[in-house]
Design a protein around this ligand. Structure first.
Ligand code: PLP
Length: 478
């Protein structure tokens, strides 16, 4: 798309929006300004292509299409069928999956679809005959109660939140921790690495129906062949949530035992993180689970978002291009450069480094909580998020870690030198941040003070780099 065309397209779109609600048009312009002028290091974010973004702004948004391709509960779904089938086809081809479901509205929705399809596939209900009924319409309220009890009495083993797992992997306050009896596996206290023998021992003892592998904040690769072996030994279904690292799988950085798709019975992902697509989810499955996953709507999903499925098709088509492999390799190389940049300046990293797109910095060595570090970095134009580290003494709210990710700035064109400079800037900010006090004068876990001049010099240094790698180059908003 030419620069002039991109600019005139967006300016016209914003003009149309401004005629109805100018404040939304203003906020949209401001969001681009903010994203352009900050170092976006949030590991779960990226910048989708203009083609992907524009695809979301169409009349597919207006169409209801509950059901599946060719089998809808509404008339007139032939074009939604086309885009959903395309998104699924690209996903199957890209990931080498026997089956793909493109409807989940988000990563959490994809996980809910996976959970319910595994339950539907694996759990033997008490049997209608045993309940004295010929069909489900004859079940009494107490029969349903028993069914619900049996479905909900299953066991799930997932990675603990403070080891890097996600809320939906059995965290108690999440529905996944309520609908399943859950146990969690952590990481080795010495190395911070996943200990497969410990996972196997826990699985043998707990005998889960589902083992979930995958993470939001673990800076290392997983051996999925080993996870499948463990699942097979205890008769569990292996579900992999690759929401974070799907781009590295798509870009063939994770291959062999590190590629989850051949080993997992069901694989879920988001499409908007390292995969660089629209906000949304996907479920991939082995044939055996396909029919159950296909019932995601109406099982746990409402009407599919046709405009987002269309954008998934566009983004997945992009991810099938050879350039995406270069991008994915750069994401991993840049994370290594960032980690080395931190280590060479004396900072401490969970697991001592990275071999994916995530770097998890332990900010307690700077005498700060994650909350203080996150705020000070934001003041200096460095956008990150605080994150628990294993056995975090500051809990999930204040935390002791800052999570960094390379997907977004790699999309802008940053390379190893720029990421080394990022490490230098971050360390400078953290070294110049001190702990503040509460109103009563006690040390606070939230208050902080950034030394004079640090925010300004960090902004100036970032601007120099960001100017070299413009976001949506050529896009000029009026
Ligand atoms: N799974 C993992 C591993 C994630 O990191 C996330 C998002 O943070 C999700 C699922 C949920 O994705 P969404 O925010 O799209 O629901």
């Amino acid at each position: 798309m030419s620069d002039a065309l991109l600019s005139s397209t967006y300016n016209q779109i914003l003009e149309i929006i401004a005629k109805v609600e100018p404040r939304v048009a203003d906020a949209t312009r401001a969001e681009l300004r903010d994203q352009r002028s900050s170092l976006k290091l949030i590991a779960s974010e990226n910048y989708a292509s203009p083609a992907t973004l524009l695809t979301m702004g169409t009349w597919f948004s207006d169409k209801y299409a509950e059901g599946t391709v060719g089998h809808r509960f509404y008339a007139g779904c032939q074009n939604v069928d086309t885009v959903e089938a395309l998104a699924a086809e690209h996903a199957r081809e890209l990931f080498g999956a026997p089956y793909a479901y493109a409807q989940p509205h988000s990563g959490i929705d994809a996980n809910l679809v996976a959970f319910w399809s595994i339950l539907a596939h694996r759990v033997e209900t008490p049997g209608l005959e045993k309940l004295g009924a010929k069909n489900v319409n004859e079940l009494s309220e107490s029969d349903w109660e028993q069914l619900r009890h049996e479905l909900g009495n299953q066991r799930l083993l997932g990675m603990a939140l403070d080891a890097g797992g996600h809320l939906t992997h059995g965290f108690r306050p999440n529905i996944s921790g309520k609908m399943f009896h859950q146990q969690q596996y952590g990481t080795d206290p010495q190395t911070g690495l996943l200990d497969y023998d410990a996972v196997a021992a826990k699985a043998r003892e707990f005998k889960p129906l589902i083992i979930v592998a995958g993470y939001s904040a673990y800076p290392r690769r997983i051996n999925f062949a080993k996870m499948r072996e463990i699942a097979d030994e205890v008769g569990a279904t292996l579900m992999v949530d690759m929401a974070h690292f799907a781009g590295l799988v798509a870009g063939k950085v994770f291959t062999g035992d590190e590629d989850p798709v051949p080993f997992a019975h069901v694989t879920t992902t988001t499409t908007h993180k390292s995969l660089r697509g629209p906000r949304g989810g996907l479920v991939l499955a082995q044939e055996e689970y396909a029919a159950d996953v296909d019932r995601g709507c109406p099982m746990v999903l409402g009407g599919p978002l046709g405009h987002v499925m269309a954008a998934k098709a566009v983004a997945l088509a992009e991810a099938r291009q050879p350039e995406f492999r270069t991008y994915a390799q750069n994401v991993a190389d840049n994370a290594k450069a960032l980690a080395e940049g931190f280590l060479s300046r004396g900072a401490q990293l969970v697991t001592g480094g990275t071999d994916n797109h995530i770097v998890l910095l332990d900010v307690s060595t700077f005498g700060l909580t994650g909350r203080q570090a996150e705020s000070a970095l934001l003041d200096a134009g460095v956008v990150t998020n605080r994150n628990s580290i294993p056995h975090d003494p500051n809990g999930a709210w204040y935390t002791s870690g800052i999570r960094f990710g390379t997907p977004a700035l790699t999309t802008r064109g940053f390379g190893r030198d720029e990421f080394d400079r990022v490490a230098e800037l971050v360390v400078d900010v953290l070294k110049n941040t001190s702990v503040g006090t509460t109103k009563a004068g006690a040390p606070s876990k939230a208050a902080y003070a950034l030394a004079d001049g640090v925010a300004d010099r960090t902004h100036a240094a970032s601007a120099e780099m960001l100017d070299k790698f413009p976001l949506y180059p050529g896009l000029d908003l009026a």
